[in-house]
Ligand binder design. Structure first.
Ligand code: DHB
Length: 392
């Protein structure tokens, strides 16, 4: 088998890269260890930045998004028992975000790739990318039927998420450096059959810990609250979950609407950036190269932004044999990646309860939130970052 770009990983980065390359007339093959059902059913986050939504519409992926996505013009930061609205569209010249779950984007992308005759191979095993520093790398794998395959390519894209294999093909130390930050908490996430608790998302800072009120549809809600990373789902009965959410959110201008909980899980998170994001003919994109804490709602959007830049650089190579944009890939995307890291880290530290927080830290945190929500400059900083920075 031969293709132009061998793509390891059928998540947002890998599938979108394959889709964008196809629109530019460049062939690719996507492989993934997981089954199609697994990919299409795994629950992840759900906020699409303004630019991500535009890209989905412009590239023929807007049908279900238009029907099922829900556009939001603002978010609330909640503290001292009150909501403080950040007017996203008012502060960014009309930009918005859209609630549309990541697995729905993946369902749309897989359907589109297959409809366009693309090759997406699920349930592969024994993946090994080789000869990355030469002109014709290969990706070896065992396909779903158990047959050993050798895929010759011009380039390899490492889009295999936070449990990546491809990241480790960049030699650590002499070439690769990982920048890592661990947080002393996790999120407990639920899906519930319930009416919305709020017209817009609420990011709530409370002395008991952070809580986030999000939504999926008029009848399904997505709610999270900060928990201990060592905690277990079994410790949380439905009643205890609702009690905790009420305690952290309810007040004069907000109240949690309960319903049947049908999914519970604990999300562990951290910050990570890998530099450089390329090695020979291997290019990393998405979570394989960087992970953000979920508080800024940036994860999938960063993956999409990476592959927009990468697809343009590959296009320039095939159009004119120029490697200039490919050579600049890491430096081009890393500026945006670090800005998103900073925003996600900052939102996380401003809104969560740190286990070692003293009374000074708690008062200071409230003053920070007052400064952010009570000044035009502070609110504009949140809004600009939340709706998303330009792709490059
Ligand atoms: C959702 C997840 C996030 O991490 C976030 O910041 C906002 C919303 C969600 O799953 O809906």
């Amino acid at each position: 088998m031969h293709t132009q770009v061998g793509i390891v990983g059928a998540g947002p980065a890998g599938l979108m890269l394959s889709h964008l390359l196809h629109l530019q007339g460049i062939e690719s093959v996507v492989i993934d260890k997981r089954s199609r059902t697994d990919i299409e059913e795994t629950i992840k986050a759900g906020i699409l930045e303004h630019g991500t939504v535009e890209l989905l519409h412009q590239t023929g992926l807007g049908d279900r998004l238009t029907r099922d996505g829900s556009e939001h013009h603002g978010i609330y930061l909640r503290f001292n028992g009150r909501n403080h609205r950040i007017d996203l569209s008012g502060l960014t010249g009309g930009k918005t975000v859209t609630v549309y779950a990541q697995h729905e984007v993946l369902i749309d992308l897989i359907a589109k790739r297959l409809e366009d005759g693309g090759q997406v191979l699920f349930e592969v095993d024994d993946v090994a990318a080789e000869d990355l520093t030469g002109d014709s790398p290969t990706v070896r794998f065992t396909d779903a039927d158990g047959t050993a395959q050798v895929l010759g390519c011009d380039f390899v894209a490492g889009c295999d998420g936070s449990r990546t294999y491809t990241r480790f093909l960049i030699p650590e130390g002499e070439v690769r450096k990982d920048y890592f930050h661990q947080y002393p908490f996790a999120w407990f996430g639920i899906l519930a059959e319930a009416p919305p608790s709020s017209d817009e998302l609420i990011y709530s800072r409370h002395e008991r810990g952070f809580a986030l009120i999000s939504t999926r549809s008029p009848t399904v809600q997505r709610l999270y609250f900060q928990c201990d990373p060592a905690d277990s789902v079994d410790n949380w009965s439905d009643d205890r979950i609702w009690d905790e959410l009420h305690a952290r959110v309810d007040g004069e201008d907000a109240s949690i609407a309960e319903g049947r909980i049908f999914q519970k899980g604990i999300l562990h998170f951290r910050s990570l950036v890998v530099e450089p994001m390329q090695y020979g003919r291997l290019y990393l994109a998405g979570d394989a190269a960087h992970t953000v804490p979920p508080t800024g709602a940036k994860g999938m959007n960063l993956a999409i932004a990476d592959v927009v830049v990468l697809s343009r650089a590959l296009d320039a190579f095939y159009e004119s044999k120029s490697t200039e944009a490919l050579d600049a890939y890491t430096s081009t995307v890393l500026r945006r990646v670090w800005r998103a890291q900073q925003f996600s880290y900052w939102m996380t530290s401003m809104l969560h309860r740190f286990p070692d927080a003293n009374d000074f830290a708690l008062r200071r945190q409230v003053a920070e939130l007052e400064g952010v929500t009570g000044t035009a400059a502070g609110a504009a900083y949140v809004a600009e970052n939340y709706v998303g920075l330009p792709f490059s």
